[in-house]
Design a protein around this ligand. Sequence first.
Ligand SMILES: [Zn+2]
Length: 381
Amino acid sequence: MANLDFFQLYRDIIAIPSISSTDPAWDQSNQGVIHLLADWFSALGFRCDITPIAGLPGKFNLVATLGEGEGGLLLAGHTDTVPYDAGRWSKDPFKVTEEGNRLYGLGTIDMKGFFAFIVSALQELDLGKLQKPLRILATADEETTMAGARAIAESQAIKPDYAVIGEPTGLVPVIMHKGHMSESIRITGRSGHSSDPANGTNAIEIMQQVLTNLMSLQQELKEKYNNTHFKVPYPTLNFGAIHGGDSANRICGCCDLHIDLRPIPGVAPQELIGMLRQNLNPVHECHPGCLHISHLHEPIPPYACGEDSPLIGEAEQATGHAAEAVNYCTEAPFIQQLGCDTLVLGPGHIAQAHQPDEYLDLSFVKPTREVLQHLVKRFCL
Ligand SMILES: [Zn+2]
């Protein structure tokens, strides 16, 4: 492959829109980015496998492999970006603008740009001498359902020893984060004329019991768990939204509550759901058939890298930063299901992700390239 200019790679990948959104008006295919990446990595000698995501037309994962056998290193990232607020961008989100030692554009750090870093780092290595395979994974729909990462975890198509996900961690190794769950609790009562409570079953009154019980669950979670890696060291339960009833002179027939739960590593989403159901069991017994709990989205499990993994030491050495925990979610809990030690580590700061005028600070260019080269040398060469 001709030595491709890093900035040209960046411009090319940012120029292809690949927004994912739960709003169909925004949602786009990631096929263009996947094909561009297949071109890039094929030119470096990788074998490229493009897999459609079942049930999601226009969405694909790419696995690019160099070398034979199992094990080795996986460098992973997502191909989608969030939507953008045109009125708040001062620049074209799809045209990389270099200004004041920064590269502006949608996905410059979160995280299409990471693939340009990989190509640029690999171009300077002698890849003919791989002892262990090197793989690149590019996923679909991280910003919405994590469908791409879920699909590769389910397929178990590859078995790397180590994985690094290039999300914008400020080039600090990240070894754990909480999971994320959004649950809906619906109380279905029976509406009726407000003049006599016996005319119906008031859903708001039953919801009041739900709230009382859940507040005791909040306390229980706080007392039972303590992971000091996190500023908030226990699983949280947030009351996010409540809606019920339609008018003052009707008995409220239906009330919906949306809560957010954040499990810490070691607490599986199913375990929290079990605690939730048990906590609300008295309400269920009092009012049979009235209570219904469902997912607003599929849970994202918590994630932690095994503390004795050599990947952590290598990443700390290469970056000069101690590993830490963060308070946002990534694909790590799914990538980890491939059986690999998994780290999150990439250029740019999370504070600039999902923001108008997202940018990469160019001071990350040299150190990121060096960190990637260090990891490839250590685990594949
Ligand atoms: Zn991201």
